[in-house]
Design a protein around this ligand. Structure first.
Ligand code: BGC
Length: 804
C-alpha cells in the first residue's frame, strides 16, 4: 500500500467533522491531527531563504519572536549563481533546520516570473526566465525534500506584482502562460516533485487561483500528473466550497471554530460531493504521512556549516558589472576608504513573510577589519531617510581624499523591497546617487558595491571604475563581499534579470498596475531579455552578464546527434587569465524562420565550471525536443515548428561566442498565425511593443473582461476602497485605518504596508489580518450592514467577534 492508499484508508474511518477539519488549518501554521489514528498535526512555515518559524502569539511582520535560523541570500542571488549543485546544498541545509524545529513543510521556493522590475517581491523570485527559475527551483526542492521535509512551491500562478494581488485578474494569453508563467513550475514540478504546491492569491483568466479548475485540474493534476498536496496562499481562498470542488486540498490558515463548519454544512447540503472531499483529505493526510516517513531519514543540523554555506552562495552570486583598469581585486595593503552606512548596516534580506531572524549577521566593515586592512570610514548617508546630508557628504569627501581606493556602498534601504507593496521606481535614494558623483570628483579609484534584491537604475554607471552587485546576500554577505573585493574569491555570478537603462523600457510597465480587477499582460511572451533582444533596445547590463577577475576563451563548438537522436552540443572553455575562476556557459536557441511571433532567443541550458589558470574543459549540453518547442494554442500542446534553428553559446545573452545553425523537422500541424490581425507582435525589430486592446484580444482569443466586481452589492471581495461612496463609507474607512495604525505599534513595515495596500484589501482578508479575532461570519455581517441589511448584519457581528 502506498502512502496515498494508506491515507485514503484512514479517511474511510473518519467522521465528516474530522475530515473537514483536515481541509483547513487549525491556526496560522498548523494542520489538524488526530491521535487515535496516529496522524499528528504538522507545521508549515516560511520561507524561501531561511526557516521562519513564528511565535504563534506574535503579530508583527518583522519578527523578533521568530526562531533563529540561517539567513541565506535571497532568490535573486541564488539564481545569479547559476549553480544548481550549490542551491541543492542550500535546500539540504534548509531541510535540516526544518527537521530540527519539527517543521514539516517549508513554504519555498517562490518561482514567479519577474515580469515587472518593480514588483516588491522580486527579491524572492529567481528570474525573468522560466528555464532558469524552474531549474533553480528544482535544485532547491530536491535538497529540502532529501531531508524528509516537504517543499511547497509557490505561488501558482501569475502572481507577478504586489499591487492588487488579492483581487486582481491576471489576463494572459495561453501561449505566454504556458511558455513563460507556467513553464518554470512545469520544469520544477516534473523534475523535483514537490510534496506541495501553493496556489496564488490572484485570479488567472477570470478565476481565483485557489479555485481555478484549469490550473488545478487540467494543468497540475491531469497534464503534469501532479500527486502532491495543494494548499491556498495564506488568506487566499475566495470561496472554500468552490475551492474544494475544484481540487484545492487545504485552506491556510484556519481558525478552530469557524472554518471547517462551512465545509461540513456544504457536504450536508450537497454543495460538495463527499468523494471530492475525501480526495482532498487523503492528500493532506498523505502529506502528513510523508513527513512521518521523512522523519526516519537521519539528519544533523550544523548551523556553522550552514552559515559557511550562506557565505559560499553569497560569493558565488555576486555579479561584477564593471572593472575598468582591473581596479579589482584590491589588496589589503592599500590605504582604503570605505563610505556608506550599508557597509556597517547591510540590507541583507527582503521584508515580509520570508523575513528570518538570523542567528548571526556580519557586515563588510567588520570583515575589512578582520582582514587587517587599513581602513578609514564615513557613513555618507543616513539610513533613516533618503535626504542628502551635507555634513555626512563632507565627511565622506574627507575620507575619500588621498586613498588608494574607495569602496562606496550604496543600495536599496530596508523598506524599499517588501512583500505587500511594489517599488515606485528603480531609483536608489538621492543621498546614495549623490555620493557616487561627489566622491568620484575626489578620487578616481572608486568602486561601488551595490546592495538590493532587484533591478536598480544606475545613471552614474559610467563613473566608478568598478561595480559589484551583491544582491540581498544573507547573513554572511559582508565577508563574502570583502573576500571578493580583496581577491580571495573570484566573482562568478551572472545576472538572472535584465538591467535595462530605465523603468519605461520594460514593456510590462505600460500596463501597470491595471486596476483592482484586471491586469492585462499585453506584452505576451516578451518578458525580460526575450523582449530586449528582440527589439535590440540597449540595456545597461544584459541577462546572463557578469565579469570575472580572469578571462575565458570559448573554442571548438561541436554539434552532433547522439544515439537517442538528441542533439549534443559541446564547447571548450579555457581560463586564459591568471586566476582560478568560474564561468557560466549559456546556451540559447533561436528559431530563424518562424511563422509565429517568437523571441529572438531563449535560454535552454547553462553550466557553471571552475577552471585553474590555463586549464581547459569541454562542456556538453544535450538538447531534447523540448528545447525547440513553442506552445500551440490550437492543439494545446508544445510543438516543434519545422525550420532552421541557431544554437547560440555565450557568456551572456548579448555576448554570443559561437553559433551553429541546424534544420529541424517539425510536428505536422499548422502554426497559428496572427500576423494579419496583430502585426505588432511580429515587428519588434521595427518598433517598441505597445499592442492595442484589439491586438491583444486577437492573441488572447476573446474579448477582454471588464471589471468583475461591481461596487454594489458589496461582497467579501469588495475592497475597503470600494465602500468610499457607500453610506458612511468614509467613516468606516477611517475607522479601519485608525484601528490598523493602532495595531501597528511601531512596526514600520506594517505601517508602510497599511499605507500602501490596506485600502486595496478585500474584506475577507480581515479574518487573517486579525488572526481570527474577527471571524469570517462577522465579516459577512459587516458586508450585510453595508448592503443595508442592518439587523442581520449587526447580530452577526455581535455574535461572532472576539475582543481585539
Ligand atoms: C505569502 C506566502 C507565504 C504565506 C505565509 C503569504 O502572504 O504570499 O508566500 O508563504 O503568506 O506566510
Amino acid at each position: 500500500m502506498n502512502l496515498y492508499e494508506e491515507a485514503s484508508s484512514i479517511v474511510k474511518r473518519l467522521s465528516l467533522e474530522e475530515k473537514c477539519k483536515f481541509c483547513c488549518g487549525i491556526d496560522f501554521w498548523e494542520t489538524f491531527g488526530i491521535e487515535k489514528f496516529n496522524i499528528p498535526s504538522i507545521m508549515l512555515c516560511d520561507g524561501p531563504h531561511g526557516l521562519r518559524k513564528e511565535d504563534p502569539e506574535n503579530f508583527m511582520l518583522i519578527s523578533t519572536k521568530v526562531v533563529k535560523s540561517t539567513c541565506f541570500p535571497t532568490a535573486t542571488a541564488l539564481a545569479s549563481t547559476f549553480d544548481e549543485k550549490l542551491i541543492n546544498r542550500m535546500g539540504k541545509a534548509l531541510g535540516e533546520e526544518c527537521r530540527k524545529e519539527d517543521v514539516a513543510v517549508l513554504l519555498s521556493p517562490g518561482i514567479n516570473i519577474k515580469r515587472l522590475p518593480i514588483c516588491g517581491r522580486n527579491f524572492e523570485y529567481f528570474s525573468e526566465d522560466p528555464y532558469l527559475s524552474g531549474k533553480m527551483g528544482a535544485a532547491l526542492i530536491k535538497g529540502i525534500q532529501s531531508k524528509g521535509v516537504a517543499a511547497c512551491i509557490k505561488h501558482f500562478a501569475a502572481n507577478n506584482q504586489e499591487k492588487y494581488r488579492m483581487t486582481v485578474n491576471s489576463i494572459i494569453d495561453e501561449r505566454a502562460l504556458r511558455e513563460i508563467y507556467l513553464k518554470g513550475f512545469e520544469i520544477a514540478i516534473k523534475e523535483s516533485n514537490p510534496w506541495s504546491v501553493m496556489m496564488a492569491y490572484n485570479k488567472l483568466n477570470g478565476h481565483y487561483c485557489s479555485e481555478n479548475k484549469y490550473l488545478i485540474q487540467s494543468v497540475l493534476r491531469n497534464e503534469w500528473n501532479y500527486k502532491g498536496c495543494i494548499t491556498s496562499d495564506w488568506g487566499g481562498v475566495n470561496n472554500i466550497i468552490s475551492s474544494i470542488n475544484n481540487g484545492l486540498n487545504i485552506e491556510m490558515p484556519g481558525y478552530k471554530d469557524d472554518y471547517y463548519k462551512v465545509l461540513q454544512n456544504a457536504v450536508k447540503n450537497n454543495d460538495i460531493n463527499e468523494e471530492i472531499l475525501n480526495k482532498s483529505v487523503s492528500r493532506v493526510i498523505e502529506l502528513i504521512l510523508k513527513y512521518k516517513e521523512g522523519k526516519k531519514i537521519p539528519y544533523k543540523c550544523n548551523f556553522q556549516e550552514h552559515i559557511n554555506l550562506a557565505e559560499e552562495i553569497a560569493e558565488s552570486s555576486a555579479v561584477l558589472l564593471k572593472n575598468d583598469d582591473n581596479i579589482l581585486p584590491g589588496n589589503k595593503l592599500q590605504n582604503i576608504g570605505i563610505i556608506g552606512r550599508l557597509a556597517k548596516e547591510p540590507v541583507y534580506q527582503g521584508l515580509g513573510s520570508s523575513n528570518v531572524n538570523p542567528n548571526t549577521i556580519d557586515n563588510a566593515y567588520d570583515a575589512f577589519i578582520n582582514n587587517n586592512c587599513n581602513i578609514h570610514y564615513a557613513d555618507g548617508y543616513s539610513l533613516k531617510n533618503d535626504e542628502i546630508d551635507e555634513l555626512l557628504v563632507k565627511e565622506s569627501i574627507e575620507i575619500a581624499k588621498n586613498k588608494d581606493i574607495v569602496y562606496l556602498f550604496v543600495g536599496l534601504p530596508k523598506y524599499y523591497e517588501a512583500e505587500g507593496y511594489d517599488r515606485k521606481n528603480l531609483k536608489l535614494p538621492n543621498s546614495h546617487n549623490n555620493l557616487v558623483y561627489e566622491i568620484s570628483k575626489i578620487n578616481k579609484n572608486l568602486v561601488v558595491i551595490l546592495q538590493g534584491g532587484s533591478v536598480m537604475e544606475m545613471p552614474w554607471s559610467h563613473i566608478p571604475k568598478a561595480i559589484l552587485l551583491t544582491h540581498l546576500s544573507g547573513c554572511r554577505g559582508g565577508n563574502a563581499t570583502v573576500n571578493l573585493l580583496l581577491g580571495k574569491k573570484n566573482p562568478s555570478g551572472k545576472l538572472s534579470e535584465t538591467y535595462a537603462n530605465k523603468l519605461e523600457d520594460y514593456p510590462s510597465m505600460r500596463f501597470y498596475p491595471g486596476d483592482k480587477d484586471n491586469l492585462e499582460y499585453r506584452e505576451s511572451i516578451f518578458v525580460g531579455y526575450r523582449y530586449f533582444d528582440s527589439t535590440k533596445i540597449k540595456v545597461k547590463y544584459p541577462f546572463g552578464f557578469g565579469l570575472s577577475y580572469t578571462t575565458f576563451q570559448y573554442s571548438n563548438m561541436k554539434v552532433r546527434y547522439n544515439n537517442k537522436n538528441n542533439i549534443e552540443v559541446s564547447i571548450t572553455i579555457t581560463n586564459s587569465g591568471n586566476m582560478e575562476g568560474k564561468e557560466v556557459i549559456q546556451l540559447y536557441i533561436s528559431c530563424l524562420n518562424s511563422k509565429l511571433f517568437r523571441a529572438k532567443q531563449e535560454l535552454k541550458g547553462f553550466k557553471k565550471i571552475n577552471l585553474m589558470p590555463k586549464e581547459s574543459k569541454e562542456v556538453t549540453f544535450i538538447l531534447d525536443e523540448d528545447c525547440f518547442t513553442y506552445y500551440n494554442i490550437q492543439t494545446n500542446k508544445f510543438e516543434v515548428e519545422e525550420g532552421q534553428y541557431a544554437i547560440n553559446i555565450g557568456s551572456s545573452c548579448r555576448d554570443i561566442k559561437y553559433s551553429t545553425v541546424i534544420n529541424k523537422k517539425g510536428s505536422n500541424v499548422k502554426t497559428p498565425d496572427y500576423k494579419g490581425k496583430s502585426p505588432v507582435y511580429y515587428e519588434l525589430y521595427k518598433k517598441e511593443l505597445n499592442p492595442s486592446k484589439l491586438e491583444f484580444e486577437n492573441i488572447y482569443g476573446k474579448e477582454l473582461p471588464i471589471a468583475t466586481n461591481p461596487p454594489y452589492p458589496f461582497t467579501m471581495n469588495s475592497t475597503i476602497n470600494d465602500i468610499k461612496n457607500a453610506y458612511g463609507g468614509n467613516l468606516i474607512i477611517s475607522a479601519i485605518n485608525k484601528k490598523a495604525y493602532k495595531v501597528i505599534n511601531g512596526d514600520k513595515l506594517m505601517e508602510i504596508t497599511v499605507r500602501e495596500s490596506l485600502n486595496d484589501q478585500p474584506f475577507r482578508l480581515m479574518v487573517m489580518a486579525t488572526r481570527g479575532a474577527i471571524s469570517r461570519k462577522s465579516v459577512l455581517g459587516f458586508v450585510d450592514l453595508l448592503n443595508k441589511h442592518y439587523v442581520k448584519g449587526l447580530l452577526q457581528i455581535l455574535r461572532n467577534t472576539k475582543r481585539l
